[in-house]
Design a protein around this ligand. Sequence first.
Ligand SMILES: [Zn+2]
Length: 189
Amino acid sequence: MLRINPESGFFEGARQVLSPNCDDRPLECEPELIIVHGISLPPGEFGGPWIDQFFTNRLDAGAHPYFREIADSRVSTHLLIERAGAIVQYVPVHKRAWHAGDSRYCDRDCCNDFSIGIELEGTDTLAYTDAQYEALCRVVHALRAAFASLAGAPVVGHSDVAPGRKTDPGPAFDWDRFRRQLAASEVSA
Ligand SMILES: [Zn+2]
């Protein structure tokens, strides 16, 4: 089973790339929501050092025209699940990662305060990989096991909390499949 070190807030076995784009959650604010995102840099391309650079404010604006638009963004995520299912962690889970932006869930604004952000390397329109669904299920089970506040936590898309502004993880993410797989993997996680 995938584990989270309760002291450090890091997943055991995840590659760590520490992002400065995080801070403390508001007082007495626990994570209660899991938000799934999709990202690829440049858009539609996988692999490469760009996502690590982006989340650590080191993206080379000259390396691709698109990078000029986003190089000054100060954003992060707790986790990235790469195409082959490898997990990268940028922010410890007890910290507030800056992933959701202007957002709202069930009449609560500022979803970063009370959520965990998980990026899947991908696009809105290209199927995510089997390895990513598998890793995502393991991550969700690990989070729910580690935090009482996440025990029954809903898993939603970025597009659900920022409709009209964000579309990720997009129609390519198969929610039915994910929910089936999550339920089926509950015992073996
Ligand atoms: Zn997103």
